[in-house]
Structure formats: C-alpha cells, structure tokens
Design a protein around this ligand. Sequence first.
Ligand code: PGA
Length: 250
Amino acid sequence: MRKAIIAGNWKMNKTPAEAAELVKALVPAVKDADCDVVVCVPATDFAAVKEAAEGSNIKLGAQNVHFAKSGAFTGELSADMLKACGVEYVVIGHSERRQYFGETDKTVNARVRACVAAGMTPIICVGELKDERETGYTDIIVEYQTLMALHGLSNDEVKASVIAYEPVWAIGTGLTATDEQANETIGVIRKAIERKYGKDVSDAVRIQYGGSMNPGNVKGLMAQPEIDGGLIGGASLKAPDFTSVVLYNK
Ligand code: PGA
C-alpha cells in the first residue's frame, strides 16, 4: 500500500552549524526507517544539510517556493533554484504562511504547480481553524483547500503529491486531534480526491497528519488506516524526538 512519509518542518530554526549537527545525529539513527524521511529546513541550511545527509535516506525539503520562474521578486526563491540545491520536497500553504504572509488558496495552487513542474514533490498543508471546527465546517474547508491546491495537476501528479492535514488549533499548541478525528478528516480529504480524480488516485496519494505529533502520540495516529505519515514541527528539532517519531513502528 502507501509508504509512510515523516517530514520535519524546522520552521525558522537552526543555523547551518546547528543544522549539520542535528542531521549528523539523525543519519545513523534513522537509517533503518521503513518510511520516507524528509527534513524541511530554512534555505540557509540547504548546503549544510545536503552535505551532512549525503548517502543517507534523509531527503532535503524546503518550506516554501515562489511561483514565478525568475524575475523581480526580492527575497523569493524559485523552484529551479531549490531544485538546483538538491531540494526534493517543498512544504506549501503551511498555516503560518496563510496566517502571517497572506497566502491564499490561489497562491498555494500557483506554488504547487511551479513545484511539480520543476520535478519536486509538494507537501500541501490544509486544515481548519478552531472556530471552523466548532461551527462544523471542517470538512468543507479541507475539501476546498485540497481541491484548490491540486487544481490543474494531472492525475499522475496528484498521485505523487503529499497532503498534510494540520488542524490549525493543534499546531505548536500541544493539543492534538484525537486519532479518530485525524483519521476521519483525512478520510474526508481522500474522498474529495476520489470524487474528482478517481479511486486509483485517492488510493495512491499520501496524506499526513500534522499538529503536535510527537514520540508519545505517533503510534496511535499512525495506527489509523487513513494516516500515511506526519509533518512534525517542534519534535523535529531534537534528534532523539524526531528519531522516535520516524521509528514509530520499531
Ligand atoms: P508542531 O508543528 O508539530 O510543532 O505542532 C507542526 C507543523 O506546523 O507542521
């Protein structure tokens, strides 16, 4: 079936020296992982992480990408630039980008297309706010965000994409969705993909859970049939914690 994928999202943490130290500790620790292992790091850490992860099963990821090929976009990075640095995965539409940097479903879609066109895998983040869950709109929100993000991709491109379901109220708060809540909402996302792209696509696409996933709750979440991995923030910054999450089935 689907191969699990555990990705660390370091956010705005770690200098190159700190990044190299963390990845050097992870390399031997996660070498026998059964899942795909990715670290999504600040662009200033790409070179250090690439070098430290050389020859290992740890893949390099970025945390955003611009949608234009090149041009007058001060401070931005294009998909070709990321690709040339060895980036294989790109987190797109993280709730922090939606909340603090004006990211919309339209720009998420443009970034996803640029990422896929350059031959990298998008990790597309979707998720409801607390009041959206409380008012009963979770399903509508995650379906809309998911289908908008994937718009214009071929069936094969959708199959190869990764979605991260991250309830915004669970990110960095220590609150986690229950195993059943996470499984149910991920099932809703998969059904929406099935309705639009067919069952062979929805069966193939990998959907992670994210939001305070840690060594203590990873086993329960990963035991759920719809959950294909995790996008890990806080617990990805320390080698022992991230190792325990990656080796959840050992
Ligand atoms: P958290 O972050 O694990 O610290 O909640 C997850 C994320 O933002 O991807």
